[in-house]
Write a protein that binds this ligand. Sequence first.
Ligand code: ZN
Length: 376
Amino acid sequence: MPALEAASAAFDEACRRVSLRANLKKTTVTLGRGVDPSTIPPNLPLEKRAIVLKHGGGTATAVPALPDANASEGSLLAIDSPELIALEATRARLFERLTELQAGGLSLQQGYALLRTRVGGDATFLARACGIPAASATSLDKALEDFVGTFLENSNLPAVARPRIYLRVSDGGLGMHSIAATAPAANAASWHSCIPHILKRIELPTVSALTTASPWCAASLPDCTLQIQLASGDPAAVVGDTDISASQRTLASAPLAAAAVKVRAIIATTGRFAQAAFRSAGGPGSAGWLLPPSLAPHFLSNPAFRIALRTRLDLDIPCQVGLCQHRDAAGTLCGHPLDAKGHHSRSCRKGGWLVKNTTHVLMNLPCGATTTTRTP
Ligand SMILES: [Zn+2]
């Protein structure tokens, strides 16, 4: 055993000297971030995978990002690359932690604001530097949608409401960040801003010369050019052209607009009431209650937040059954049948916007009960 320990220590030390990760179980070498390629012995079996260089991590000997051997289209990464697994794990931990905090008393309104902030840009660096495989982006978006579903009391976000959470708040959505819709734009914008520097540094005259010299660029740049052409409406636009201004925001506007058109088309098939509800959910200041509450009047109870969320997404409000209990000034009962989406409750002429027949609604929601609440 002492001999084994000594050999292991010598192995660790030898790896450390050349900045290699020491792992006796591995039969191939994985390059670390500080490896000088000239120090690697010939014929050493190297693991071909992308290495992500973080901001400020570049050194004179830094290895450039290499495509993974199983890289997906539009990305340097395979779907099982450590960077993507880490992103998924970080999000899973976030969802678990928010669930725990909510069980401990964090309100749904505050939890939602934290969630929206945290997932607003956590994939941006990876999307810009390496691209995110479409399958991973879709999977990350689905996990987010599933978690947003937990803000409804039954953890179920219907298919018709899922794409709507990514619309801007002023368009009637929830303002969530869709990785699938924005990652290609982020990657194209990154390429666009880097290409002039790349050409200058390696002394190549044009983008086409670069694609001839580099199979990686040849594989990556056509998609970026397409993104820029779609966003600019110019079929002759080419990625890296210094005359074109193409930021992540401008490039993402085309896919986001396409997503909004798709949502409107889906809603149009579900009837005029749904279209009216969608229109009334948009506009300036349409959902200030989705922002983090900072003053006492901004706070919503969990039942009120759930009703507001369901109303905004035009979903049925549980237990919204029976007859309207609003009374006018003379004390006359309304008695109109209630509808599942709460349209009558909000527009009742005997007491609209003040939901009174909610005792049994709130009693059946898990987070508490009051007899009367004002709908936001
Ligand atoms: Zn009524």
